[in-house]
Design a protein around this ligand. Structure first.
Ligand code: AMP
Length: 249
């Protein structure tokens, strides 16, 4: 069984985002970049399937600038077998990412594709759903548990009202939620070994996909700053402020 995971290179979640002075986007120069956290969970899930012998090949795919190689190397160090880099301009939109992944799925015929539920740079939460639709495959989104048996994927989904269990016939697309697993850190020997694992590089043209953006960013700006809080001495003072200043009671 073949498993494909998508790994996006994003600004590290610990970095304080700075908006560019001309309002065209956010600063990425000299900023720490990492694998999207939900994609680390996707890789971990794939590696566990690989270790359990349920999967016999795990492929990590990243799409974007050449530096996405580093993100693929991280996935390889975690335990993926090989990588695919689709080299293109940064800022790929979810539909284009989904089309590229669908084209790769046509070539590779994986049984399962695991992607993050959302990329933390654009918060779109669209790629997995679009990918499943393009391929005509079933999808289990926001997975907090995944079990594969008898050609089916059983997925526990984190939905508003609680947990929903669905069974999907493979091949299928699963998107990861936070509670699915805790990703491992790559060990130094595995980081060294990952340097020798193969990465195929291709372009959207090679895959016959048009990735021309369909959206225009009008302006990016910082959220308005919050006023500093005040510490009150007594409950009576709090009530007075809520009544007369905030006018909420
Ligand atoms: P999004 O729909 O943009 O929130 O992204 C959801 C998921 O799709 C991410 O967590 C990744 O697994 C995958 N994905 C989206 N864009 C890319 C990309 N450029 N490279 C690799 N994976 C991607």
């Amino acid at each position: 069984m073949k498993v494909l995971v998508a790994v996006k290179r994003v600004i590290d979640f610990n970095v304080k985002i700075r908006v560019k002075s001309d309002g065209t986007g956010v600063e990425t120069g000299n900023v720490k970049m990492s694998m999207n956290p939900f994609d680390e969970i996707a890789v971990e899930e794939g590696v566990r399937l690989r270790e359990a012998g349920t999967a016999d090949e795990l492929i990590a795919v990243s799409m974007g600038e050449a530096a996405c190689q580093e993100t693929i190397r991280t996935a390889l160090a975690m335990g993926a077998d090989r990588g695919i880099l689709v080299e293109t301009d940064p800022g790929l939109e979810p539909l284009a990412a989904a089309k590229l992944l669908a084209a790769i799925a046509d070539k590779e015929s994986p049984d399962l594709i695991i992607v993050g539920k959302q990329a933390i740079d654009n918060d779109c939460n669209q790629t997995g759903q679009m990918l499943a639709t393009l391929l005509g495959w079933p999808q289990g989104t926001f997975a907090s548990n995944l079990t594969l048996k008898d050609g089916k994927a059983e997925v526990t989904r984190e939905v508003d009202g609680g947990l929903e269990n669905v069974a999907l016939t493979l091949p299928a697309v699963v998107t990861t939620d936070l509670r699915l697993n805790e990703p491992r850190y790559a060990s130094l020997p595995n980081i060294m070994k990952a340097k020798k694992k193969p990465i195929d590089t291709m372009t959207p043209d090679d895959l016959g996909v048009d990735v021309t953006p369909r959206l225009t960013t009008l302006k990016v700006e910082d959220p308005t700053g919050r006023q500093a809080g005040v510490i009150v001495e007594t409950a009576a003072e709090l009530v007075e402020k809520l009544k007369n200043e905030a006018k909420v009671i």
